[in-house]
Design a protein around this ligand. Structure first.
Ligand code: CP
Length: 321
């Protein structure tokens, strides 16, 4: 049997990866299958392949990042690509160059993939319309963070053996979270049931349109869940106060053992990071390897990004021939 890693016929049916919305079940499944192969590749002593030898990947991050930027860099290097991490702070953006001019400049250097994070929802799509290289959205405002949802799905699928039929509770600051949006889309595409658990102030006004069940009480929202996905309070996107106090927020919406007891006994605890320990999650629970898969999510991030870079550059080769 051909493993996904060795199957040259796999094709990603889009030029860019801008979001999960609009992807098919087959496409998500294909990325996860390929990423599974890259988990094994990343666990080997010699991790490097030459699939992307001669290709150039540029990381262009207008917002801070530890996990996403580092794992894209590692993923590209493990596939043999040349990687440039653009420092926005020391770039011509500081002299007033626009986002589009910056992207077109990098594109003119025969870049193969631009990985972009930006604080404005829709900015990455805007940029992708102006370049002929592949663009991967590494998080745009509160819109989407597709590779985070893919790595979360891979983590769940490897632990639970499936996504179909699982009940997943996404808890906390849904309003400002691109992770929540991408996960809602992906989990529904793959046949999971999604609940959101949050105070009314931290839910989008149009939450009804997402087809999720809404809860304002953690114990009720977690009842019978297979997965408890916690979100960071995104204070950098808040104008004004959305919660009375951090202490009160933790009391009602922070995940601790007492609230987790409402979920299935084997429910997994997830968090995309960075975590605010003692704000949205109890510190000791976050580190409990019997319940928390937060470290595993980070490992899956490299494998998923290898799969995305691999698939998007296969398409480029196909387009050029
Ligand atoms: N989860 C996530 O996007 O983390 P970073 O902000 O560290 O990339």
């Amino acid at each position: 049997m051909t493993t996904p890693l060795a199957d040259p016929s796999l094709r990603f049916p889009h030029r860019h990866l801008l979001g999960i919305e609009g992807l098919s079940t087959e496409t998500v499944g294909m990325v996860l299958d390929l990423a599974d192969s890259y988990v094994e590749q990343s666990r080997k002593r010699d991790k490097t392949l030459d699939l992307l030898r001669g290709r150039t990947v540029i990381n262009l991050f207008f917002e801070s990042s530890t996990r996403t930027r580092t794992s894209f860099e590692l993923a590209a290097k493990r596939l043999g690509a040349d990687v440039i991490n653009m420092s926005v702070q020391t770039s011509a953006i500081k002299k007033g160059e626009t986002l589009i001019d910056t992207a077109m400049t990098l594109n003119a250097m025969h870049t193969d993939v631009l990985v972009v994070r930006h604080g404005d929802s829709g900015a990455v799509k805007l940029l992708s319309d102006k370049v002929n290289c592949a663009v991967i959205n590494a998080g745009d405002g509160s819109h989407e963070h597709p590779t985070q949802a893919l790595l979360d799905a891979l983590t769940i699928r490897r632990r639970k053996g499936r996504l179909q039929g699982l009940t997943v509770a996404i808890c906390g600051d849904v309003l400002h979270s691109r992770v929540a949006r991408s996960n809602i889309y992906l989990l529904q595409i793959m046949g999971a049931r999604v609940r959101v658990v949050a105070p009314p102030t931290l839910l989008p006004a149009a939450i009804d349109r997402f087809g999720v069940e809404v809860f304002h009480d953690m114990r009720k929202g977690l009842e019978g869940c297979d997965i408890v996905m916690m979100l960071r309070l995104q204070t950098e996107r808040m104008q004004g106060r959305f919660v009375p106090s951090v202490r009160e927020y933790f009391h009602f919406f922070g995940l601790d053992r007492d609230k987790l007891a409402a979920a299935h006994a084997d429910a997994l605890v997830m968090h995309p990071g960075p975590m605010n320990r003692g704000v949205e999650i109890d510190s000791e629970l976050a580190d409990d390897i019997n319940r928390s898969v937060i470290r595993e999510q980070v490992e899956m991030g490299v494998a998923v990004r290898m799969a995305c870079l691999d698939l998007l550059t296969r398409d480029i080769a196909g387009n050029q021939s």
